[in-house]
Design a protein around this ligand. Sequence first.
Ligand SMILES: C[S@@+](CC[C@H](N)C(=O)[O-])C[C@H]1O[C@@H](n2cnc3c(N)ncnc32)[C@H](O)[C@@H]1O
Length: 207
Amino acid sequence: MPIPTPYVNAPRIGAGEETAVDVRTLVIGDTFELEVGPGRGGFIFERAAAAPQAGLVGLEIRRKWATIVDSRLAKQGLSPRARVFAEDAKWAMRRMGPDGIFERVFMHFPDPWWKKKHEKRLVMGDVFLREASRLLKKGGELFVQTDVEERAALYEEAIATESTFVPFGDAEGSPRLAENPYEARSPREHRAIADQLPVYRLRYRRI
Ligand SMILES: C[S@@+](CC[C@H](N)C(=O)[O-])C[C@H]1O[C@@H](n2cnc3c(N)ncnc32)[C@H](O)[C@@H]1O
């Protein structure tokens, strides 16, 4: 008897691995926002309350959490405009369109891998930045936060290589933000705040 694969019916985008996907067929909204790696999903619920006109798409590589969070969204009646799909963001973003569809791209506390051999797993990198740039509308925002200071510095360095992003932080010319301005926090962010850990926040505008 075959061993059942857990979460084999995890929600996916589009019909096949290679098909192009129009974001407007996934969720409805006056504007659209993307969250990469929502994990246990707190941000998407809080953001749905804070931005009721926005269509929210989460891409979560872990089938278990994508399935659980997506079904919680459905139970709360939010799924017409907020969904989480079990996808590797680096692949899924390449399939998404049209260009300039998103108002905001959020990435909260990504990449919990520290070993050199796990570098290829990192979401932050050329592919993510190119696709985030393509999918963000002009004037749209990229927001990245972490509680690891060295990672924030690395993210800043990486994002600086993508010339379509300009720093949009508290001070002119800097991407650093002291606070999260989106009226919604991720689970990791809530925990960091409760533990009184510093949070390093970066925001950019797509030009
Ligand atoms: C440290 S957790 C943070 C979870 C959540 N963003 C938060 O702040 O509470 C990183 C999340 O990113 C997800 N992730 C890592 N690589 C990913 C990828 N390539 N595509 C989508 N999700 C990814 C992980 O499965 C995990 O849920």
